[in-house]
Write a protein that binds this ligand. Structure first.
Ligand SMILES: NC(=O)c1ccc[n+]([C@@H]2O[C@H](COP(=O)([O-])OP(=O)(O)OC[C@H]3O[C@@H](n4cnc5c(N)ncnc54)[C@H](O)[C@@H]3O)[C@@H](O)[C@H]2O)c1
Length: 365
């Protein structure tokens, strides 16, 4: 979790929001509180130059409010660059609800959260993230139109996770092409860490291709379910990062690429769904490069979900969703090449392209 890698002790106590380590010129941060439902949420709107800030809602039992704030700031910023690099007319936003999704998520709490989203008049549009399901977005939809990722029955594009997984699979293939000269993943040893909505769908793609897949999760029941469904192996060790593997696919929470893990990694490629995989973008991007590990930038390859929910706003169909998601392969290849030519990290290469699109739009205005 974020706590392990970000030292919150030294935060400037007189600037607890604008002085946050992860604060990066965010336009707006909204704290939502409701005693009756127990709702405690934070909505982060990072940037709306390209359009309304769209990003999912995460429900998680954070160790502290600092962690929740840090997470929403990091996640909302990531959304800005994800939409920019994918060519979508969306800004970056995200929300976190503090609490245990298994025991504290009630229909009343979700609706109250929806009312807070509604109060922002469309500057922020929500969707699902960790701890949320399509059914939760359907509940939010009953109180606000500013929600995506709703079910097909309610006129939405449905669960975005399989599309996210497909985009990650495309990005992973492009990274394999760059690193190994072939994008065929058959017999490649891939460790998938986190087999939730996206992780499971990624496992399905990988096992269809004949990759040798190991799965890891903190939820034993899920591990057994996914193992039985796709005939893959459960990782039984204690330190996934030190295992011999070709590809490491982080699909749980962020910041697993950090000071403690990079020097242990034996993978040649890192490509996964989790947002904010690098605890510190510049530093850890460079460290990966120095170790000869090819990193497929998370915000580039996990954009399938946002492509899927964007369809609800722009009214395009499944075929266009798949075409745009498949294109992640080409964009990833291009960015990996650019990074090589310019001798910069892959994260920097992706970031620069995204930033230039935002700057160009800002100058037009
Ligand atoms: N759902 C989407 O469409 C989408 C889109 C883009 C990015 N992402 C990102 O992908 C990641 C996964 O999303 P999801 O929708 O599958 O979430 P999810 O809640 O369905 O799954 C997360 C899984 O990670 C596991 N997990 C949590 N901590 C872990 C740990 N320390 N070690 C191993 N496993 C752990 C959980 O038990 C769960 O099975 C998140 O970082 C999310 O932000 C998701």
């Amino acid at each position: 979790m974020v706590t392990d890698v970000v030292n919150t002790k030294d935060l400037n106590k007189i600037a607890p929001v604008f002085g946050q380590l992860s604060f990066d010129n965010h336009e707006q941060v909204v704290f939502c509180n409701d005693k009756d439902t127990g709702l405690k949420a934070i909505i982060g709107i990072h940037n709306t130059v390209l359009g309304p800030a769209l990003g999912g809602t995460r429900m998680w039992q954070y160790n502290s409010e600092w962690d929740a704030l840090n997470d929403v700031l990091r996640l909302s910023r990531g959304m800005t660059f994800k939409s920019a690099i994918t060519g979508l007319n969306l800004g970056g936003g995200k929300a976190v609800i503090i609490g245990d999704a298994k025991t504290q998520k009630t229909p009343e709490l979700m609706k109250r959260f929806g009312e807070f989203v509604h109060s922002l008049s469309g500057r922020y549009i929500t969707a699902e993230d960790v701890g949320m399901a399509t059914a939760d977005m359907d509940l939010v939809r009953t109180v606000t139109p500013y929600v995506t990722g709703i079910s097909e029955e309610m006129g939405g594009a449905g669960n975005p996770s399989p599309i996210t997984a497909y985009g990650v699979f495309m990005g992973m293939k492009a990274a394999a092409k760059h690193a190994y000269g072939t994008d065929v993943l058959e017999d490649k040893v891939v460790y998938v860490e986190g087999i939730g909505n996206v992780g499971e769908a990624l496992v399905e793609n990988l096992s269809n291709e004949g990759a040798k897949v190991y799965i890891a999760d903190i939820n034993q029941e899920r591990l057994e379910e996914v193992r039985d469904k796709y005939n893959v192996d459960i990782y039984g060790g204690r330190n996934i990062y030190a295992e011999e593997m070709d590809i490491y696919a982080p699909c749980a929470l962020g910041a697993t690429i950090n000071d403690n893990t990079i020097h242990q990694l034996k993978a040649k490629v890192v490509a996964g769904a989790a947002n904010n995989q690098l605890a510190e973008e510049l530093k850890h991007g460079k460290m990966l490069r120095e170790r000869g590990i090819l990193y497929a930038p998370d915000f580039l390859i996990n954009a399938g979900g946002i492509i899927n929910v964007y369809a609800e706003l722009e009214n395009y169909g499944k075929q266009e969703i798949m075409r745009k998601t498949e294109n992640i392969y080409n964009t990833t290849l291009e960015i990996l090449k650019t990074a090589e030519v310019k001798d910069i990290t892959t994260h920097q290469a992706a970031f620069e392209i995204a930033q230039s699109r935002i700057d160009a739009r800002k100058n037009e205005k």
